[in-house]
Ligand binder design. Structure first.
Ligand SMILES: Cc1cc2nc3c(=O)[nH]c(=O)nc-3n(C[C@H](O)[C@H](O)[C@H](O)COP(=O)(O)O)c2cc1C
Length: 313
């Protein structure tokens, strides 16, 4: 029997069909412009933009990055131009370059999320909304929305109501919870069409020379290969409990085989994040490696192996 040389890489995230399952990760490629110097961003499944807030923000004080074993800590905060500049400059750029845009939004209150969704509802070229709920809720003494199923649901309900039915809304979950399936269910009950997971894990590093925290913000988000097993576990647990729900997976993906691991756990598509900082071509390299890995295994369609690591039903 001859082996297939081409693999069908198309995948679906709720109502959105993508030509392939490799995306950028929010915050690791701004709005795609910088990466376009290295490869055509339209080759990716989609570009996931840095979480955008209502107003322009300069982020948190420096130093705000630290290397850790097989990972990185960042406390960038949600630095960005604000929604008006994003709609005036970034979205048109992505449209002109033929890139599918997954727009990530973040806010400090349910109302802020609602306003962002309402503003984006009037824009063309938003393929999917990713709702970053790993933000402090100003109305609840800074408790992170993603760590409270009720608060997470309030955000997702507001965003879903304000977003056209044709645009899928995904909740981006934090791994820093006791029961990620409970938060996932809560977001879905509130109307989310799918889930992105995982955001960074809260970490900290101390400089043993100065004897002070390395990051000015003291704590930061841990990302990179160190967190991949956590991502695999979260995706596996949620896919086991909610097998019909589309998952955009991310966390420490550096190679095509890493991406395949998240797909086998239950992800229908995979975002490539931290590795992009030292290898800007990583998203297209991961895509080529994934395609080769699938061909070597005689797999005709990537969709056939989503969740394959689970026992047969
Ligand atoms: C510098 C940096 C900035 C990030 N900014 C965002 C952001 O704005 N919104 C968001 O949802 N996630 C953000 N993330 C999290 C990533 O999208 C991703 O969920 C996480 O880093 C795990 O993937 P990775 O290990 O491949 O980076 C950021 C991560 C890093 C390293």
């Amino acid at each position: 029997m001859s082996r297939r040389t081409t693999t069908d890489l198309t995948t679906r995230l709720a109502g959105l069909e993508l030509p392939n399952p490799i995306l950028t990760a929010s915050g690791c490629a701004a709005a795609g412009r910088e990466l376009h110097q290295f490869f055509d961003v339209a080759r990716l499944g989609a570009v996931v933009t840095k979480s955008i807030m209502l107003e322009p923000r300069s982020g948190r004080p420096t130093p705000r990055m630290a290397e850790t074993p097989s990972g990185m800590l960042n406390s960038i905060g949600l630095q960005g131009p604000g929604i008006e500049a994003f709609c005036a400059q970034d979205l048109p750029w992505l449209r002109e370059h033929g890139a599918r845009a997954v727009v990530s939004i973040a806010g400090g209150s349910v109302e802020e999320y609602r306003k962002l969704a309402e503003r984006l509802a009037g824009e063309s070229g938003v393929a999917l909304l990713e709702v970053n709920i790993s933000c402090p809720n100003v109305a609840s003494r800074g408790q992170v929305f993603a760590c409270d199923p009720y608060a997470a649901a309030s955000v997702l309900r507001a965003v879903r109501e304000a977003t056209p039915a044709s645009v899928p809304v995904f909740a981006k979950l934090s791994p820093d919870v006791t029961d990620i399936v409970a938060v996932a269910r809560s977001c879905l009950d509130a109307g989310a069409d799918g889930l992105s997971m995982i955001n960074t894990l809260l970490g900290m590093a101390i400089d043993t020379t100065t004897m002070r925290p390395v990051l000015a913000g003291i704590t930061g988000g841990l990302s990179g290969p160190a967190i991949r097993p956590v991502a695999v576990r979260c995706i596996y647990q949620v896919h086991a409990a909610l097998p019909e729900v589309p998952i955009l997976g991310m966390g420490g993906v550096r190679t095509g085989l890493d991406a395949l691991e998240l797909i086998l756990a239950g992800a229908s598509a995979v975002s490539v994040g931290t590795v992009t900082f030292h290898d800007p071509s990583a998203p297209v390299r991961v895509l080529a490696e994934l395609e080769q890995a699938l061909a070597e295994r005689g797999i005709a369609r990537v969709a056939d192996v989503v969740g394959r690591a689970h026992p047969p039903r």
